[in-house]
Design a protein around this ligand. Structure first.
Ligand SMILES: Cc1cc2nc3c(=O)[nH]c(=O)nc-3n(C[C@H](O)[C@H](O)[C@H](O)COP(=O)(O)O)c2cc1C
Length: 212
């Protein structure tokens, strides 16, 4: 099999965090979410553990309640972060915060939330190797999910701010104590599909061969 590299590279390079360009009016069919999750669960997991669980929320009342938790956490964090970075001349980060505040204000209207979870939570004293294995067993799938969305004209942002109020969110979702929420991905169709590469440091400036 030969991949079309230009399409593959374009998908990998231009799958952005989409907030303001989410179409809040256009419903997202449930089958499309499931189709993208089918691809996502091809991702690797530590020891083939596959402890992922996916909570999908399309009920408007539940979205509003979760969005309320998100907004409470986001307002505090983003106000501090915006002040801390203002005047540093980093226009990309300033745009991210502005867009993140917009999302906090409009989250309830995003058609679908996908909440990736793990069955089992780490002990507070879990060693680094275990933490890496646990969280590393869901982030690859989350990213595959986002790539699959982009390939179908949808978009999302990986968010974690609602976890500031994790227990309240768990109670809204009826989650048992052993289920660990990892993120919240607000999903919608995107307005247009022409996303660009982000500015990143050159790989040579952040890469070390053989030693630091
Ligand atoms: C672990 C993680 C947590 C994040 N949490 C949030 C969040 O709570 N809210 C948000 O708006 N964006 C969140 N983001 C998205 C980042 O802000 C975004 O990836 C970054 O600004 C780069 O933009 P890009 O993804 O378009 O390249 C998160 C990203 C990661 C990887």
């Amino acid at each position: 099999m030969k991949f079309d590299l230009s399409m593959t590279d374009e998908l990998l390079a231009t799958t952005r965090s989409v907030r303001k360009r989410l179409d809040l009016e256009r419903p997202v069919p449930r089958e499309l979410i499931l189709e993208c999750l089918e691809l996502a669960v091809q991702a690797p997991t530590a020891s083939n553990s596959q402890k992922w669980r996916w909570i999908i929320v399309d009920d408007p009342k539940l979205r509003a309640a979760l969005a309320d938790l998100y907004r409470r956490a986001a307002k505090d964090y983003l106000a501090q972060a915006t002040v801390a970075t203002s005047g540093q001349g980093d226009s990309q980060t300033a745009r991210v915060y502005e867009s993140a505040i917009w999302l906090a204000d409009h989250l309830a209207n995003v058609p679908v939330f996908v909440i990736p979870c793990l069955d089992g939570r780490p002990a507070p004293t879990a060693p680094v190797a275990m933490l890496s294995a646990i969280y590393g067993s869901i982030f690859p799938a989350m990213w595959s999910f986002q790539l699959a969305l982009r390939a179908r004209g949808l978009g999302s942002t990986l968010t974690t701010l609602h976890l500031v109020h994790e227990r309240e969110a768990a109670s809204l979702l009826g989650l048992p104590d052993n289920i660990l929420q990892v993120a919240l991905l607000p999903v919608g169709y995107t307005k247009g599909t022409d996303f660009k590469r982000a500015v990143r440091p050159s790989v040579s400036s952040i890469t070390h061969w053989n030693a630091w």
